[in-house]
Design a binder for this molecule. Sequence first.
Ligand code: ZN
Length: 271
Amino acid sequence: MLAKFLFAVFFLSAACSRMDESENEKVRKYNEKREAIYRLDHEKIFAHCDVFEKKREKYPWEDFSHGGILKITKEYFRCKGSDMNPPIKVIRGGEEIFDCGGLDKHGLPFEQNKEFVYPILIELLNYIQLKSNSLVVLTTGHRCPVHNRYADSSKLASTSKHQLGAEVDFYVEGLEEKPLEVVKWIMDYYQENPNSEYNRFFKCQKNPEGLKQPGWYNKEIFIRIHDKTEGRDFDNRHPYPYVTIEVRYDLQKNESVVFDWEKSVKNYLKY
Ligand SMILES: [Zn+2]
């Protein structure tokens, strides 16, 4: 009997407790007031920062472009050897001649612990892009000796200054058939940067390398035009004439730039 009584008391008290909670919730909701939290100008704890426009930093390529055409850097001069595995080869005179593996296998020529291409070549190519508002297409920049031999095994090419980063082959998009206009821009560059020592150009007495077009030179560079059928090494298997600029004289060091076998073979990093 006592047990029944105690159970009834417990049951009633639990029911009352639930009713209290529900009542409390109703009261809380009735009195509830919602308000957004605003930050104020004079707040000291979380003071506002001054707002100002921040211009985004330029992407690297935006700093190096002329009217949407990317500026040429020494990266454009990397060896165009094939990275095929196994290495591709050509058979000439019964001999297998392998390609170098390309830019994954070696770097550019080294000068004072940095990769190096003669700056005048880069400057002239960018000048041509600026003046023509057209893309300069490099077909050959630096050639390591291995790729140089693979691309062109002739005796003449064996001493090519491509191996020193001192020579470049290229054509200009839209002006493929007008290499003489390109030559004129190269000469214009020197007229805009006058220096009595090297702004005068001379025409070669004999056409260089037996080419159809004459060559031109000043103190610093030598210019050649390869006709559609000339100079078709593996890097120049396109159907256009192309222009070659070769560095003759290093104005910084005040010395002639000549082919150096040891320099061409040893002076670049191999990976
Ligand atoms: Zn190479």
